[in-house]
Design a protein around this ligand. Sequence first.
Ligand code: NHR
Ligand code: GAR
Length: 203
Amino acid sequence: MKNIVILISGRGSNMEAVVRAARSEGWPARVAAVISNKPDAAGLAFAQAHGIATAVVPSKEFPDRASFDAALQREIDRFAPDLVVLAGFMRILTAPFVAHYEGRMLNIHPSLLPAHPGLDTHRKCLEAGEGEHGATVHFVTAELDHGPMVAQARVPVLPGDTEATLAARVLLEEHKLYPYAVRLFVEDRLSIEQGDVRIAQPA
Ligand code: NHR
Ligand code: GAR
């Protein structure tokens, strides 16, 4: 049984999708804890209501990124994670923290990487006049939104789209894509070869 620790900063709908899939699909894994850097993250209530341990490491109360990341790492490691899942986690992580979880930390980013790393991806997509947008699950490396890619989901940009309508269309796909990708990890089907992710056939 693998232990998954999920990091959130807000709503937590991707966390919810992973928790529901792990349970309903009988994964060889359990969500051991949900940890937020924001005390008021809405997703904490869902986790508590579903009997999952929660913790808050309030980033605002730390003087610098290094001390926050050290405290976060201590909290995460209490749950002996095989996998750390960033789900709408909004703090850039330092290189030593990322190195500690190398090959066992995933993020979902709301763009078709390598397009639009960083923040405000829906606005950037609309401003560029692109016909397509989406989401990417990738392994986390020190360079923001640049780690090896596991899977992508694509959506069309439609006439009249606003940031909100486009974000909602992408989010629906995220809720299918992230459970799919996390499941590949817990089934030991992911490997990284020369910087590219390989997906093995089911056993
Ligand atoms: N850290 C590293 N080292 N590498 C990645 O790939 C990371 C990461 C931390 C978070 C998620 C990410 C995304 O998918 C993620 C990937 C936050 C910011 C950001 O600028 C950018 C990208 C992502 C998450 N955060 C501001 C900061 O100064 C704070 C913004 C806020 O609090 O609202 O940390 O997009
Ligand atoms: C999701 O769209 C996720 O891809 C994005 O924030 C939303 C979180 O929603 N993540 C980032 O922008 C990371 N910087 P959720 O809290 O409901 O899962």
